[in-house]
Design a protein around this ligand. Sequence first.
Ligand SMILES: Nc1ncnc2c1ncn2[C@@H]1O[C@H](COP(=O)(O)OP(=O)(O)OP(=O)(O)O)[C@@H](O)[C@H]1O
Ligand SMILES: [Mg+2]
Length: 385
Amino acid sequence: MLSTLAIANYRSLRDLIVPLGRLNIVTGPNGSGKSSVYRALRLLAATARGGVIPSLAREGGLQSTLWAGPERFSRAMLAGETPVQGTRRAEPVNLRLGFAGDEFGYAIDLGLPVPGETQFGLDPVIKRECIWSGPVLRPSALLVDRHGAAIRARGDDGEWQTIPHPVASFDSMMTEFSDPRSAPEMIAVREQIRSWRFYDHFRTDAESPVRLPQIGTHTPVLGDDGADLAAETIREIGDANALDTAIDDAFPGSRVAITNVEGRFEVTMQQQGLLRALKGAELSDGTLRYLLLVAALLTPRPPALLVLNEPETSLHPDLLPALGRLIARASLRSQVIVVSHAARLISALEREEGSESVVLDKQLGATRIVDADSRDLPAWKWPAR
Ligand SMILES: Nc1ncnc2c1ncn2[C@@H]1O[C@H](COP(=O)(O)OP(=O)(O)OP(=O)(O)O)[C@@H](O)[C@H]1O
Ligand SMILES: [Mg+2]
């Protein structure tokens, strides 16, 4: 389980350390940085899949995602006595992402290349990557350490071994180097991150694949777009009772069934008062979204971490307590992070035992955690440059 998420210089997240528990709620007003937290987590996940640099390029390049404010705020700036202005930087502004859990911690530092050294002047360069054991980076806890193109790993005897081949500036050590003997931790961390699952807005427009029959292929994990809803929900592989309960909890008296026409599956829903079940194409956006969330949360293969961005979208507030119960249930099997500003969902989740709530706001353009001073925030240390 992750205990800390750390982000620096990503959009409004100038320097944010987020404490994590089993069931987490990230909330705050519009523009406070909630979606940025979600996207930063996705970037971390992309690292383990070899996709962090292309993901940043799709976001408009590293330069545009970097914190646009000054390196530091002086006391006078914070007090509003002087205007905010940049000063000469002590360090280049780099995007830094990291997390720590019970077993391992990981951090990555991405910067811009030295001008003139490469044609790819806007493509980020991975400057540092570290894996350590335990919750906080200490020199003695370092297990794998990348500095530019050089990687070293600590062997069983505690001695450092340098990995013979250099790694390219745009490749993460997590995908390029995976020797189970010299760095088993790297594989453990990588596989853990690869199991993380993210659900953002599901498409439910008329052409959405969710509304159409799909070839029934075994799908223990609902895809990002939910197209495999029918296969994921099929009773053969999932928890049929939990499915019926979740549907009845939200839509009393309704029942979901999957039709199978020559191997093509389609979701149908029997509702009170109707003579026939409605097909995917006939269901309302909110109903379909709820079914997708049910499928995502009742997955027969729970991931280590499940992240939901604004799951309340297009759901009626009356459905939110039922969604909260479903999320709480999922948190028994996976660590869950929910980004939301739906009051009823938040209050339902906050009532759950062990839930951790983080309220964000902005001060001089930088996201911070409300009440950070009075909270017991986890310790965090970035790798030195
Ligand atoms: N490079 C940057 N430097 C500093 N701030 C930035 C940068 N890019 C974007 N921002 C700011 O980051 C803020 C956070 O946006 P984000 O989308 O995370 O907010 P949100 O909490 O999800 O809001 P909403 O509830 O409206 O979805 C925005 O106010 C935006 O102005
Ligand atoms: Mg948002």
